[in-house]
Write a protein that binds this ligand. Structure first.
Ligand SMILES: Nc1nc2c(ncn2[C@@H]2O[C@H](COP(=O)(O)OP(=O)(O)OP(=O)(O)O)[C@@H](O)[C@H]2O)c(=O)[nH]1
Length: 413
């Protein structure tokens, strides 16, 4: 057989990272740092306006009025009429050779954007979905105002809830106790996200990108790193292992808090400092609550997302089943949950043990839309249970679990 008979394989889909975050939370500041970084070579960054990232002295070449090349090798382009058109256009110009080849895209969203429709576009527009894949959502959170924004703006909550990477900004000007309280709240909202500190962390491109299922470092599907079911179930130990160097001390810090809360909280309150801003009083209230809650978690080995200490409408949990499940039943479950609760489901990620399949199956959904399932080569660990992570709004774990039990009938398992 000659190799010429092999049909050409489709070009690999380019990873897209969506950068979101509330108004003024530091997206542009983060981007202007990123585009100067040599590790951003062969990255196309879609920004709202050139002016805001201060490109002038870094500019190497202007490809056209919408696109410039930086001396870091990063390509910057401004958004055209809408995101879908911008991406299609970018891809075509890359194909034609009008602009340098790029291997990755980063998209800046506007501060008030609900990320779900953006993720929707990426998944449903046929031309986009066949050429790009969502690598991950990066969300900037303002350490000074973030707590208040989470309280008052649902978009801010959603942005934090769907994040794969949470970037805490302005930690240089926020009270350490407020930053800690914010970290704990973010951990409760979405415990699988890796936390990055915009002020302290170096090597941002490495920390922020390659959050998806495919791990370019190992050239394989890294489902453990991506799914992080243990983190959503409150299993702290596992998370550390799989966060590897990316999460380093911040994530340790997060988790450490739940263990050391008593001491830390005592310390924070004992000092009675920083009542200079109104919102700090507010933070303290959160801290008090945190303190008690963590005791509860550890004392009972309880899943801490069930009771949301902030009354956030958003929560995350894992549905788990030990025995292999019939594919039909799983499909019915996903269809039913999507139909009944699609608007309340922000993200679903799952590793499935399917009766009819020899190997594990991975699914990934945003609201009522699901990516085509992917079959892995092997189970990542000895644990062959089905684990489905749900990040939801105004939807209880019981509702989803009941539906799962009634459709998939695992109660006896
Ligand atoms: N001290 C400090 N200031 C920061 C940090 N990050 C951002 N800022 C400042 O916060 C303000 C808002 O930052 P931007 O980067 O413009 O925020 P943005 O999210 O792009 O804002 P919008 O485009 O309005 O949504 C600017 O004055 C920044 O200089 C940080 O880590 N520390």
């Amino acid at each position: 057989m000659s190799t010429t008979q092999t049909p050409p394989s489709p070009p690999p889909r380019l990873p897209i990272s969506v950068l979101t975050g509330f108004l003024g939370s530091g997206k542009t500041t983060l981007l202007s740092r990123l585009i100067r970084d040599p590790a951003m070579v062969r990255t196309a960054v879609v920004i709202n306006e050139f002016g805001e990232v201060g490109l002038d002295h870094l500019l190497v070449e202007q490809a056209d009025e919408n696109t410039v090349l930086m001396d870091s090798g990063c390509l910057c382009c401004t958004i055209r009429s809408d995101l879908a058109e911008t991406l299609r256009d970018l891809y075509m110009r890359r194909m034609r050779g009008d602009i340098p080849e790029f291997d990755r895209v980063v998209i800046e969203t506007t501060g008030l954007a609900d990320p779900a429709p953006i993720l929707h576009t990426l998944m449903t527009d046929p031309l986009i979905a066949s050429r790009f894949r969502l690598d991950g959502v990066v969300t900037t959170i303002d350490s000074v105002h973030g707590m208040k924004q989470l309280d008052e703006h649902e978009e801010s909550l959603k942005q934090a809830a769907v994040a794969d990477r949470v970037v805490l900004t302005k930690t240089d000007i926020a009270e350490p106790a407020a930053v800690d309280a914010l970290r704990r709240r973010l951990h409760d909202l979405n415990s699988g996200a890796v936390h990055v500190d915009a002020q302290k962390d170096q090597h941002l491109p490495v920390l922020l990108f390659d959050a998806g299922l495919y791990n370019p470092a190992t050239k394989s599907m890294d489902v453990q790193r991506w799914l992080k079911a243990e983190a959503y179930e409150g299993g702290h130990g596992h998370d550390h292992q799989h966060d590897h160097h990316h999460s380093h001390d911040h994530c340790d810090h997060d988790h450490g808090h739940c263990h050391h809360d008593h001491g830390d909280a005592g310390h924070e309150h004992g000092h009675g400092h920083h009542h200079d801003h109104g919102h700090h009083d507010h933070d303290h209230a959160h801290c008090d609550h945190d303190h008690g809650h963590c005791t509860h978690d550890h004392g009972h080995g309880h899943h801490h997302h069930d009771v949301n200490r902030h009354n956030d409408k958003i929560s995350s949990f894992v549905i788990r089943a030990e025995k292999p499940l019939p594919w039909d039943a799983l499909v019915t479950f996903f269809e039913t949950v999507a139909k009944a609760q699609g608007d309340n489901i922000l993200r679903v990620k799952g590793l499935l043990n399917v009766e009819e399949a020899e190997r594990p199956i991975v699914i990934h959904g945003v609201q009522h839309l699901f990516h085509p399932p992917v079959q892995l080569d092997a189970w990542p660990t000895q644990d062959h249970s089905t684990r489905i992570v749900f990040i939801v709004k105004e939807l209880s774990r019981e509702t989803v679990q009941d539906l799962f039990d009634s459709v998939v009938n695992t109660k006896a398992a």
